[in-house]
Design a protein. Structure first.
Length: 72
C-alpha cells in the first residue's frame, strides 16, 4: 500500500461522504451545509467518517412544523 493510493482513497471518499452527508443533513439536521463540511473534514481519517455517517443515519428525522389545518 503506497501513499498515493491512500491519497486517492481520501480524495474520492470526500465526494462520496460529502454527498451522503448533505442528503442526511437535509433530513436530520437544521443545517445541511455544516453537516456536509463535518463529513468532508472527517474523510481525512476514514474510520471517523464512517462513524459520523452511522451517527447521522441513527439520528431521528426533523419533523415538519407546518400546520395541516384547513381554513374552510
Amino acid at each position: 500500500m503506497n501513499i498515493s493510493f491512500v491519497g486517492e482513497l481520501v480524495f474520492y471518499s470526500m465526494f462520496i461522504v460529502g454527498a451522503i452527508s448533505y442528503y442526511l443533513g437535509k433530513r436530520k439536521t437544521s443545517s445541511a451545509k455544516i453537516a456536509t463540511l463535518i463529513g468532508i473534514v472527517l474523510c481525512i481519517v476514514p474510520p471517523l467518517n464512517i462513524v459520523y455517517l452511522i451517527v447521522l443515519i441513527l439520528k431521528n428525522d426533523l419533523s415538519c412544523s407546518t400546520d395541516t389545518e384547513s381554513s374552510a
